[in-house]
Design a protein around this ligand. Structure first.
Ligand code: 4AD
Length: 681
């Protein structure tokens, strides 16, 4: 029912309109009943036609073709609902299907050709088809067909474009190379498109360079020729030169001297001035060569590391002089001779600052000529000398035990074995067993001797061969031993600082923070260290905490000592992790009267202990450590022939130097380091 909110008049007009519609519909009904019979006959024919159409439609469905108009044959394309058409229409449709199929084949071929083109376009990133022209999505599926000529044009265009692309790519690469060169030289002369100009400029520059190089070579050849003709000789009217070392130059100022050494640095100022920094191992001296002296063939071809003899007078630099020289003086040369030249570039002929560690170690014979390395070696010499001085000052006697031995001291795993006239022998791990044997003859003794450890450790503090400073003292207690260790360290440090010691200054040059540690040193028992490690969360490599009888790793030990940052005497190690000869603590036989001195930056620097002085106890210790006592008869005899309480220490010189000089690696403290896999030069 129609409900309107409008006026009454509006409703009346509407009713009349509905009435007209009803009359029209009745007329249609009558016409349809008259036509009923004829329609039944026609339906039979149409059923046949319908079947044919279904077959066509089914073919259409398979080829996805849509050539029937909507409402013309089968609007739902399901073969059931459609508007019948006259036979002629069916035939037309059949013909249309056939031609459409042929057309489809052609188009498929074209499509494939276009796909190939499009794929080539994709590779070269070209887009010469207009959007909607061939394949707007460039997927080869949706496109607006074009006449064949358009496709051919496109194909031709593609080929031309590909050739053009190759040329452009070549040009691009050339530009890139130029730009990269520009970036390195910071030149910005190249505008895009200026390639030809640039090429020309390059050619001219190269030609110019060649000319310049040729000119230079000619000039040099001429200069050398001229230089060869210059002869210099010693003026025999001058006073006879005194042979001196550089370190003695100050006291020989203004006297004619003769100094021999190596050219450390070289500087030319113009043709008539040549500065040589001479090195002779005792110091550096600036030497000035002028006029003819700097113009001879030897002078103009002189290289660093050449060896020379120089004659002249050492003169103090004038006050206010703007240039500096070692010792504030220079040798004004009046005659000189080249002893032996060196390859151009001197040490740089073999290596430079960027050379890797292995190359540097292979060429250590050259590296040691450098200022820093030679400083370290001089400091090592000084410290060795001061250590010796300390022991001699205390009245200890120096002895020289053998290095080739039959016995082991510190455990078998780190023994270097060798053949000694067909019999097995070892390189000594420590000389202290021999030192023990000497105390009854010489009293307090010491040795500075090489020790050897075949340890497969690649750490910054392990050497296979190191300099071992060992001392042994009869009639002492464990406390006396600890005091002797402190005495050694403090006394050597004080000697370094002594102003009467000219080389001491070197140590401060290398390590400005060098200080003498204060006595007494911090003392910790091994048990306390294990507790400290736990309290401070230091763990083993397996993630667990250290426990009693564990060996503390090199890394942990160093981190701990760096944290504490002062020397520590770690005492009373378990017998289980120490060598056979250490005396057991009287209050706990599981522990030994032993001590390791740990130093910041290096860790263990010295090992010491009291020795088992009872014969039976010693034999028991041999057996416990599975050592055959018979080869140690000379060692055990000490316990039979007037035994006494005694003990001693062993200090590693190179590790001590790491601490004193604050070095990074033990190799820096060593002349020719012997480390894992390295025994050259
Ligand atoms: O602690 P160690 O092994 O003790 C001994 O050899 C005892 N016989 C010494 C003695 O009581 N007379 O070694 C002593 C020191 C270490 O503290 C360390 O400084 C050094 O010798 N040392 C090494 N230095 C460099 N490389 C190695 N592989 C070293 N092994 C030990």
């Amino acid at each position: 029912m129609y409900v309107d909110s409008g006026t009454v008049e509006d409703n009346i007009v509407y009713d009349q309109h509905v009435l007209v519609k009803m009359v029209y519909s009745n007329q249609c009904l009558e016409r349809s009943s008259c036509q009923g019979t004829a329609a039944a006959v026609k339906n039979q024919d149409e059923e046949k036609e319908e079947q044919e159409r279904r077959a066509i439609i089914s073919r259409q469905a398979n080829t996805s073709e849509k050539f029937y108009e909507k409402g013309d044959v089968d609007s739902k394309a399901d073969g059931f609902e459609y508007t019948p058409k006259p036979k002629s229409a069916l035939k037309k449709a059949q013909a249309k299907t056939t031609s459409a199929a042929v057309k489809n084949q052609d188009e498929e071929k074209k499509k494939q050709e276009r796909r190939a083109i499009i794929s080539r376009q994709a590779n070269t990133s070209e887009k010469f088809y207009e959007k909607g022209d061939v394949d707007s999505k460039a997927d080869g599926l949706e496109y607006t067909p074009k006449p064949k000529s358009a496709l051919k044009r496109a194909q031709a265009k593609t080929t031309a474009a590909a050739v053009k692309n190759q040329d452009e790519e070549k040009e691009k690469q050339e530009r890139r190379a130029i730009i990269s060169r520009q970036a390195n030289t910071s030149e910005k002369f190249y505008e895009k498109g200026d390639l030809e100009k640039l090429k020309e400029a390059k050619k001219t520059a190269a030609a110019k360079n060649q000319d310049k190089e040729k000119e230079k070579q000619e000039r040099r050849a001429k200069k050398i020729e001229e230089a060869r003709r210059i002869k210099i000789w010693e003026d025999k009217t001058l006073p006879t030169a005194k042979v001196i070392k550089i370190k003695d130059s100050t006291e020989h100022r203004e006297r004619r001297v003769k100094i021999q050494g190596w050219v450390h640095h070289l500087r030319r100022e113009g043709k008539k001035l040549l500065f040589i920094q001479l090195r002779d191992g005792t110091g550096y001296l600036q030497c000035v060569l002028t006029n003819l002296l700097s113009s001879t063939y030897e002078a103009i071809t002189l290289t660093t590391e050449s060896s020379v003899i120089l004659f002249g007078k050492v003169m103090e630099l004038p006050p206010g002089s703007h240039h500096k020289a070692p010792g504030d003086h220079e040798l004004i040369v009046d005659y000189w001779e080249l002893i032996c030249g060196a390859p151009s570039g001197g040490t740089y002929y073999i290596l430079d600052k960027k050379s890797n560690v292995d190359l540097q170690l292979d060429n250590r014979h050259i590296v040691i000529r450098g200022t820093n390395t030679s400083k370290n070696l001089k400091a090592a010499s000084l410290v060795t000398q001061l250590i010796r001085e300390h022991h001699l000052d205390r009245g200890y006697m120096e002895v020289h035990p053998p290095c080739i031995v039959q016995t082991k001291t510190e455990g078998g795993s780190s023994l270097f074995e060798l053949q000694y006239y067909g019999k097995k022998a070892y390189l000594t791990q420590s000389s202290h067993l021999y030192l023990e044997s000497v105390i009854a003859a010489l009293g307090d003794v010491f040795s500075i001797q090489k020790s050897f450890r075949a340890e497969k450790s690649r750490t910054r503090r392990h050497l296979s061969e190191f300099t071992h400073i060992e001392a042994e003292f009869p009639f002492i207690t464990f406390e006396n031993l600890l005091e002797k260790i402190e005495d050694l360290v403090v006394s050597v440090c004080d000697r370094i600082k002594n102003p009467n010691n000219p080389l001491g200054q070197l140590v401060f040059e290398i390590n400005p923070d060098f200080r003498t540690p204060r006595r007494p040193f911090k003392r910790m028992s091994y048990t306390e260290v294990i507790q400290y490690l736990k309290d401070n969360n230091f763990k083993k490599s397996d993630g667990t905490f250290y426990k009693l009888e564990d060996d503390i790793s090199e890394g942990t030990e160093r981190t701990m000592i760096n944290k504490i940052n002062e020397p520590i005497l770690v005492c009373r190690f378990p017998a289980a992790i120490k060598p056979f000869y250490m005396k057991k603590c009287s209050d706990d036989p599981q522990l030994t009267e032993s001590v390791d001195l740990l130093m910041p930056g290096v860790g263990e620097n010295l090992g010491a202990s009291m020795r088992i002085d009872n014969y039976d106890e010693l034999i028991k210790a041999f057996i416990e450590k599975k050592i055959e006592p018979s080869t140690y008869y000379w060692y055990s005899d000490q316990r039979k022939f007037g035994s006494c309480a005694h003990g001693g220490y062993g200090l590693g010189l190179e590790r001590f130097l790491i601490w004193i000089l604050n070095l990074d690696h033990i190799c820096d403290a060593c002349l020719y380091p012997r480390i894992l896999d390295r025994y050259k030069p």
